[in-house]
Design a binder for this molecule. Structure first.
Ligand code: SAQ
Length: 373
């Protein structure tokens, strides 16, 4: 066990990195996928189940938790780990991204962003200092600076304005966080799809000596090629000995291509949200269980899987559950999808350990391309 945050780069294989983050609440094996637990729950899953699948860390959303049940209330109840019965590391977003995508009547200025709750219309002010205070009240292990993510496509001067503001907010967030050895705050690289601005943002943040670096402003609808091009020129500018976290990414293909370009940590609602809507992720690609072609298919999703949801239920039954709107539908497909994502991450980590990442990447992509037989 350790009393402080530390990242160890264990091995590289081409651009892919194998590492580990040691924190007081546990170790995070990288490359890592963080299931999203927005309101203090990974939807349709028990915490113990999420852990059994191999998740070392989950994500919580500051925006949702500050509105309901409230950061001070979570603190009064012992912090998010006690409240949600997840004793392992938790990473929280700063809330800024959700404010801009969910809240009403948002006003952003130098000091921060004021907004009205999408739940009850109450007014809030989010500043770099308040965001860090809220993440502290949640007892978050890995915290994010407050930033401004612009939607693409956008004018260069608009991207520059938001990137420069985010750098000023990075300084303020880091100052507010202070010195907490057992926790970490990450800077967030912005700059849209503009390589000059991305370089300026990454270089300036590297000089601020954060414990880790998030790459923001992506997975906001841009083509995958744009995301990968930005990654290719950004990760080499970030300190090699610190973790890189690509926010909001992604599909299994996005993840494997981003690992190849030096990313260590991922989070995405894809496996959980898509699962609730009938989309199964498997090693032979995606399967839409609402499709009538499954109505009499007695095969499970993947008989070779060690996950009961993938192995012990027929596609016909899963199809029936979705058509009937049964609660178990979301439970089983979320379970399958998170099992698949964690098995993909375990496969990536083992492949890097054994110097066969490129082979793993080709074989895995071929499996998806083969499609669902
Ligand atoms: O620049 C960012 N700053 C702070 N949080 C983020 C979260 C992000 N999540 C996505 N994509 C996944 C999405 C989830 C919901 C809408 S897009 N992109 C993201 C970018 C940022």
């Amino acid at each position: 066990m350790t009393d402080r945050f530390s990242f160890t780069l264990l091995k590289t294989d081409g651009g892919a990195r194998r590492g580990r983050i040691d924190m007081p609440r546990g170790t995070i094996r990288t490359p890592a996928f963080m299931p999203v637990g927005t309101a203090g729950t990974v939807k349709a899953m028990y915490p113990g189940q999420v852990r059994e699948l191999g998740a070392d860390i989950i994500l919580g959303n500051t925006y949702h938790l500050m509105l309901r049940p409230g950061a001070e209330r979570v603190a009064k109840l012992g912090g998010l780990h006690v409240f949600a019965n997840w004793p392992h590391p938790i990473l929280t977003d700063s809330g800024g991204f959700q404010v801009m995508s969910l809240a009403q009547l948002r006003k952003l200025d130098e000091n921060g962003v004021t907004f009205q709750s999408h739940i009850d219309g109450r007014r809030y002010e989010m500043t770099p200092e308040r965001s860090v205070e809220i993440q502290g009240l949640l007892d978050s292990d890995i915290q994010m600076q407050l930033d401004e993510c612009v939607a693409l496509p956008a004018e260069e001067k608009e991207i520059e304005r938001a990137m420069q503001l985010s750098l000023r907010w990075a300084e303020r967030s880091k100052a507010a966080f202070g010195d907490q050895p057992g926790k970490a705050i990450f800077g967030i690289v912005q700059g849209g799809d503009n390589e000059r601005l991305r370089g300026e943002s990454a270089s300036a943040l590297a000089a601020m000596d954060f414990k880790g670096y998030s790459i923001g402003g992506l997975a906001v609808g841009e083509p995958q090629a744009v995301m990968l091009r930005i990654l290719e020129m950004t990760t080499p500018i970030l300190p090699r000995e610190k973790p890189r976290y690509l926010m909001g990414v992604g599909t299994p293909e996005d993840i494997i291509e981003s690992v190849a370009r030096g990313v260590d940590m991922f989070d995405c609602v894809m496996p959980t949200r898509a699962g609730r809507h009938g989309l199964a992720f498997t090693r032979f690609g995606k399967v839409n269980l609402k499709n009538a072609r499954h109505a009499e298919d007695h095969r499970p999703l993947d008989e070779s899987s060690d996950c009961p949801a993938s192995r012990d239920y027929s596609r016909a039954y899963l199809h029936h559950l979705f058509k009937s709107g049964e609660t178990l539908a979301a439970m089983l497909l979320t379970w399958n999808n998170l099992a698949y994502y964690q098995s993909l991450m375990a496969g990536i980590r083992a492949a890097i350990d054994e110097d066969r990442f490129e082979k793993f990447r080709q074989t895995t992509k071929a499996g998806w391309a083969r499609g669902d037989i």
